[in-house]
Design a protein around this ligand. Structure first.
Ligand SMILES: [Zn+2]
Length: 962
């Protein structure tokens, strides 16, 4: 539910979670265990060789580079520069400046004035925020220019020039700095939610005696608002130099040429006189338990966390087989523990809603300590019982380990993921290589080729028995000691609440440690998903569609199945299905059931299997299947690998023929919903989205978000009834199956399972359009109490446009050009928002085709709300007069490039085929032709004649209450 990771990474634009999964555990216990088995296991830990397809080099000045030629996707390349420094290197007068500096990298440098980098890369079709971006965390700062078209070598050389400007050529002009202060302030406000405030306030106690406790990347606004330019420059000169930098370039590149250019551009760079080396910052052990208990009014629910700190793996071992062993054993432990908790949580008297274990850097930030962590969301008022349960379950694995069944399932799950990845080894995308290069540079992790990697996993999974993992748990789960134990309780603050105290927590833990625990009993069904094979259907008609390259099979029961074999990914098959139906058939009595329908369906069992038995039976299978109700259509969504295609078909068969209520799992869902919904209004963002929904849909109850008061109207029986009404007659369904499969074998599966589904041939019709969208001029300007002032503005404009491909494309242009204009004027020039979004689209119900324009932005400070609103109106008016020619070109470049990338994705083809069936619209054949033809005049005309002319404007503004 919650994760700390977001608090520790801030970005140039848009939110980004940095996921760097690393291995950890009580390393000493682990080594001890290995020592015991040393003789029969392995004499030493061999070093894992790097993948020779990636060229790694180092210049004399210390700059490292990673270069790899890769053609997935074709004709594009990704450029990165990683710095081994972050907010940890700031001194007290610089708190927040590592991140500020990262923003300044886009505001002027040696070869690119002002927003020149943003403008130049947009000209290549690179979207700012998505493909051009950066992030700052405590120990690292990484910049990127991704999806750069490779047709022109000079464009690629210019990207390297940008990297070199970032490395040592930032202008850091005082007037640009002043403009950026508001943007950062806006980012701070946007991120300042309950969890951010709680972490910020308690970080020093989580890292007593360590600088880590005082270096949240977003920093101090007192510093951001008033620092002198020289203070920023001092950080830049001291820490940004070649020894702390790596260039990573992956894609359709000439590696030799790239290497030569890097040598020319970077070879002459010398560290500044004030340059310093990164020194490790210690995170001391704690002898007594660290106990952090705090609360916030905007917390939606209380969360508890137990961390058992340990020393991380020494850097010199991270590229050895030892790292694989360690990773395997910790992954297995987490996987087995989490499956167990997933079962426990279904028991009616379980005191928590969620209990999850992971191994990661302590608090997600430091490479100096790891932690085995359990995160817990207690049921309301059950904090003590939940804490006791967490301690009890940790002690249970310490005393008894895991069972053979748990072990086998976890192993199958882990190895089937590895196998899936390995099967796609020749189709890996650029970004899949980036993570390995970055981890190799920053942490010294191994960077092997796919064969070596997979072989290591196979060897280790065969070598490590359950007893070894249980023995490790016995030693490594240190829940019985106070040393290096950390307890965090972040509570929801409200009148009359009882909070856990430190004394309570200590007593609960002491009592739980004194309890006697018993071994876990594993219940799993050992029988096939489908006991008796159904009678297969037949293909009665086969028709090829040459435009989109698929074959449509009509089956004896009336179902139609479109097969499209592709070679985009070797490990992917996607399945979708739809039929007329949908939620609009049902009236007010079912609104609550409909709003939660998909969640309720996910609690079902199938055939003879309860929900948890089904999950266990699917161990080692890579397949997902879900069903849902759109407005006017029923939907089926699935994905799998070639190996598990039959299992996916079996799930589909069972969904249509044997869905079963599972009371325990359903009750767990209701408990979770109650906790989450009860306090949903605490977050200010909810007020904005509720107001928007209310006015957009003319206060129609059907579209209102689910409230806690709706829960009493939900019925598991009724949801099952709806499921049977909508998903039992396959005759109206059309399915698409796209990906890597053998056609004959897939036809056999289709006949065996889809062909065997019941058919009533009711010939269901779609319901009419049930929506009423707002019209006229609606304004809602309201105040709301909030812990941190976070004003927000949102605008909608509604018009009409025929549902044609050209109009769809014009809408994309209109939205994207407007967004560029708004980013320039509202964000970059006025510093009034950290981010501002605009998009235009056709609402695609065929009877009435609306054109909608949507603009939304969190505003930096309350004082800037009116400025932002004026600027938005001005940008819209300017664009109606004349869309910026240069921006239209940039959007065109991006759409054309993206079209080529998308053409090699299975999901794209699914969308194309579905749109063809539902609307009779070909959104593929002429797409690039129309994108190439669009003129600025047409974009302006679309905005004017298809949207603004109708004078339907909805404006919602939220301001902080005084
Ligand atoms: Zn930022």
């Amino acid at each position: 539910m919650f994760t700390f990771a977001t608090v520790f990474t801030v970005t140039k634009q848009e939110h980004q979670i940095q996921t760097m999964k690393r291995i950890s555990l009580l390393i000493s216990a682990f080594l001890l265990f290995l020592g015991n088995l040393h003789a029969q296991m392995m004499p030493q830990f061999p070093t894992i060789p790097n993948d020779t397809e990636t060229r790694v080099g180092k210049l004399d000045n210390g700059l490292t580079y990673y270069l790899r030629h890769n053609e997935k996707p074709e004709h594009v390349a990704d450029f990165y520069i990683a710095q081994r420094v972050g907010s940890l290197q700031e001194d007290d007068s610089q708190r927040g400046l590592a991140h500020f500096l990262e923003h300044m990298a886009f505001n002027g440098s040696r070869h690119f004035n002002g927003n020149g980098i943003i403008d130049f890369t947009r000209g290549l079709g690179v979207a700012f925020g998505k493909d051009l971006n950066a992030y700052t965390s405590i120990e690292q700062t990484v910049y990127r220019i991704c999806n750069v078209p490779t047709q022109r070598q000079t464009a690629l050389d210019s990207c390297l020039l940008i990297l070199s400007d970032w490395s040592n050529g930032l202008s850091l002009l005082p007037e640009e700095i002043d403009k950026e202060r508001g943007v950062i302030h806006g980012e701070w406000a946007m991120r300042n939610n309950a969890i951010q405030r709680l972490v910020e306030r308690n970080l020093p106690q989580l890292f007593p005696g360590s600088k880590y406790g005082e270096r949240l990347p977003i920093g101090l606004m007192a510093v951001v608002d008033s620092f002198q330019p020289q203070t920023l420059r001092a950080y830049y000169e001291k820490w940004y130099h070649p020894e702390h930098q790596a260039i990573i370039v992956i894609g359709d590149i000439d590696v030799d040429h790239t290497e030569k250019t890097i040598k020319e551009l970077f070879g002459g760079i010398k560290a500044h006189d004030n340059a310093a080396h990164v020194e490790p910052v210690a995170v001391p052990d704690n002898d007594n338990m660290i106990c952090i208990i705090d609360k916030d009014k905007e917390m939606q629910y209380t969360m508890l966390e137990l961390d058992m700190k340990s020393d991380p793996m020494p850097r010199e071992m991270r590229n050895t087989q030892f790292a694989y062993l360690f990773n395997y054993m910790t992954s297995m432990t987490c996987s087995m523990f989490n499956e167990r908790m997933n079962e426990l949580v279904r028991e009616p008297d379980c005191p928590f809603l969620q209990l999850v274990m992971n191994y990661a850097p302590y608090i997600g930030v430091t490479t100096m300590k790891d932690a085995m962590t359990v995160e817990c969301v207690p049921k309301e008022g059950k904090e003590k019982e939940a804490l006791a349960a967490a301690v009890r379950e940790l002690r249970r694995i310490k005393a008894y380990g895991f069972t053979a069944g748990e072990f086998l399932r976890a192993k199958e799950n882990i190895m089937s993921q590895k196998e899936k990845a390995y099967s796609n080894r020749n189709k890996r995308k650029n970004d899949e290589f980036y993570g390995a290069c970055l981890a190799n540079y920053l942490n010294g992790n191994a960077m092997p080729d796919a064969d070596t990697d997979y072989k290591q996993w196979q060897t280790i999974s065969q070598m490590i028995p359950l007893e070894a993992i249980n023995q490790m748990c016995a030693q490594a789960v240190s829940i019985d000691e106070d040393k290096n134990l950390v307890l965090i309780c972040f509570a929801q603050e409200k009148d009359g609440a009882q909070y856990l105290t430190e004394a309570d927590a200590k007593k609960v833990i002491a009592d739980a440690r004194a309890e006697k625990v018993e071994a876990w009993v594993d219940n799993a069904k050992d029988e096939p998903l489908i006991a008796e094979m159904p009678k297969a259907g037949k293909v009665v008609k086969e028709k090829k569609n040459d435009t989109f390259g698929y074959t449509e099979l009509t089956l004896s029961n009336g179902a139609r199945v479109c097969l499209k074999k592709t070679d985009f990914k070797d490990d992917e098959i996607i399945l979708q299905g739809w039929a007329p139906g949908g939620s609009w058939q049902y009236g007010a009595a079912d609104y609550s059931n409909l709003k939660i329908f998909e969640n309720v369906v996910s609690t079902y069992g199938m055939g003879n299997f309860s929900n948890s038995e089904l999950q266990k039976a699917l161990a080692g299978k890579q397949c997902r299947l879900s069903i849902g109700l759109g407005n006017r259509y029923n939907n089926v969504n699935g994905n799998t690998t070639p190996k598990d295609a039959e299992t996916l078909m079996q799930l589909l068969y069972l969904t249509f023929t044997a869905p079963q209520k599972d009371e325990k799992t359903y009750a767990t869902l209701m408990n979770t919903l109650e906790t989450v919904l009860k306090n949903r209004d605490l977050q200010p963002e909810t007020a904005i989205s509720d107001s928007l929904t209310k006015y957009l849909t003319c206060d129609n109850e059907r579209f209102k978000q689910l409230q806690v008061s709706d829960l009493k109207n939900i019925s598991a029986d009724r949801c099952l009834e709806i499921t049977r009404e909508q998903f039992s007659d396959v005759s109206d369904y059309v399915f698409t199956i796209i990906g890597n499969f053998e056609e004959a074998e897939m036809q056999r599966l289709v006949c065996q399972y889809i062909g065997a589904l019941p058919s009533k041939k009711n010939g269901k019709k779609n319901t009419a359009d049930m929506r009423t969208l707002f019209s006229g001029d609606i304004q809602c300007d309201f105040d709301r109490k909030m812990e941190t002032p976070k004003p927000y503005v949102a605008l909608y404009f509604k018009g009409e446009a025929a549902h044609t491909l050209r109009n769809r494309i014009l809408a994309s242009f209109a939205g994207e050009v407007l967004q560029m204009q708004l980013l320039k004027e509202v964000r970059e020039d006025a510093g009034a928002a950290y981010n501002i979004g605009a998009s235009a689209y056709l609402d695609t119900e065929p009877e009435k085709s609306f054109a909608l324009l949507r603009i939304g932005a969190p505003i930096s400070t309350p004082e800037k709300v009116d400025t932002a609103l004026l600027l938005i109106d001005k940008c819209v008016a300017d664009m109606v007069r004349q869309a910026d020619t240069d921006m239209v070109e940039k959007v065109r470049a991006n759409l054309l490039k993206q079209a080529d990338i998308n053409a090699r994705r299975n999901n794209t083809w699914q969308g194309i085929i579905e749109t063809w069936y539902i609307y009779g619209l070909d959104v593929c054949t002429d797409y690039k032709k129309i994108v190439s033809e669009v003129t600025p005049e047409e974009v302006s005309a679309f905005l004017r004649d298809n949207i603004l002319k109708y004078d339907n404007k909805l404006k919602v503004v939220m301001r902080p209450a005084k």
